[in-house]
Design a protein around this ligand. Structure first.
Ligand code: ZN
Length: 368
């Protein structure tokens, strides 16, 4: 079995400016800080752990390329692409669209390398060059709908690659499983009326974007029923996430029987993340990956592409990502030294109110 892997040093050069979460603004008391919460160091630390642990020796490293304008335009509006490209030429760069997603000069080229990296990985998995793959790209993409960037996302890397798989490679049905702690609103919107793309988002209830990711968002027209949201209560841990995988994600994948599975993998449900309030450990991420891989072996010859999305604890995200890559490759390289702490957190067991929320999402699977 071979697992593809993509990282490029340029991803680590994304310039997220001097703000922390919102732009620095002395007038309202927002102090500048050396590391924006979405500073690419967290992703670079994933890559360096993958190298230092030796795991990289078990992976097939692929080289990313830039997505072309035509590839971006399959899912994004020309206005959005042109605006990002223009702001990228400015001395101080620009913002992806919501005022809290800064990028520096040359950010367009980094963003197209992220989208192109996922295209390259999808190509490799669909063509059988590798069995599955992990695209460690930055900036992330899953919040971006067609006409704007938001939530630190410039272009929707996963959606761009899915559109490529559909239109160029002739892949008929694709499932996007989004376990980033924030709602996968971008793909939900882009593929809302497309019954050939199933989108499932497991996320913290009303975390980001505000007022987004409800059970009632089901898709539109011919795509109705092909979007499932599983909003989970804050505090959900490994057991709750695995219950959601077992009762929502796996049955949805069996019912839909995709030809390719794309996981929008944010590591921000981790128990140490500053931008959410979940309790998932590296063991949880390993088990979630294994379970999706198992159903992939049933329905689509194991064709799984994992796309890096969020994750904001520089300390803990690398171990969660390492566990995910290890699961894909079927090897174990390094123990999680933080598990002695996060593994002991109280409340990680499935709670009744979490089960109730997950069961409500599971009921929607019958209509796929
Ligand atoms: Zn996120």
């Amino acid at each position: 079995m071979t697992t593809g892997y993509i990282w490029h040093e340029l991803y680590g050069w994304s310039d997220t400016g001097s703000g922390g979460l919102f732009p620095a603004d002395a007038g309202v008391g927002l102090q500048p800080i050396s590391h924006h919460v979405a500073h690419p160091d967290t992703k670079r630390r994933i890559h360096e752990l993958i190298v230092v642990s030796g795991l990289v020796d078990s992976l097939d490293r692929l080289t990313p390329r830039h997505a072309t304008e035509a590839e971006l335009l399959r899912v994004h509006t020309r206005e959005h692409v042109d605006r990002i490209r223009h702001e990228s030429t400015q001395a101080k760069g620009g913002d992806a669209g919501d005022g809290i997603s800064p990028f520096g000069k040359g950010g367009y080229e980094i963003a197209t390398l992220a989208a192109g990296g996922v295209i390259e990985m999808v190509d490799a998995v669909v063509s059988g060059k590798v069995d599955n793959g992990y695209a460690l790209v930055h900036p992330c993409g899953h919040h971006a709908p067609s006409n704007t960037g938001m939530g630190f996302c410039m272009f929707n890397n996963g959606a761009v690659a899915v559109a490529h798989a559909r239109e160029v490679m002739g892949v008929e049905k694709i499932a996007i499983i989004d376990w980033d702690v924030h709602h996968g609103n971008g793909a939900q919107a882009i593929f809302a009326s497309d019954p050939s793309v199933l989108t499932v988002s497991v996320h913290q209830d009303r975390c980001f974007p505000p007022n987004s990711g409800f059970l009632t968002e089901r898709g539109e027209g011919a795509g109705f029923g092909y979007n499932i949201n599983a909003p989970l209560p804050p505090g959900t841990g490994d057991d709750g996430y695995l219950y959601a995988i077992d009762t929502v994600v796996v049955p949805a994948l069996r019912a839909f029987a995709p030809d390719l599975i794309v996981i929008a993998s944010g590591m921000d449900p981790n128990a140490m993340d500053p931008l959410a309030r979940m309790l998932v450990t590296s063991r949880g991420f390993r088990a979630m990956t294994e379970r999706v891989l198992a159903v992939a072996n049933e329905v689509c010859e194991g064709k799984v592409v994992v796309v890096q999305e969020g994750g904001y604890s520089p300390l803990y995200v690398p171990f969660c990502a390492l566990a995910c890559v290890e699961a894909l490759a079927g090897v174990e390289s390094r123990e999680d030294p933080y598990y002695v702490v996060v593994g002991g957190f109280g409340g990680k067991e499935l709670q009744p109110h979490q089960k109730e929320a997950i069961d409500a999402a599971a009921a929607l699977v019958a209509e796929i």
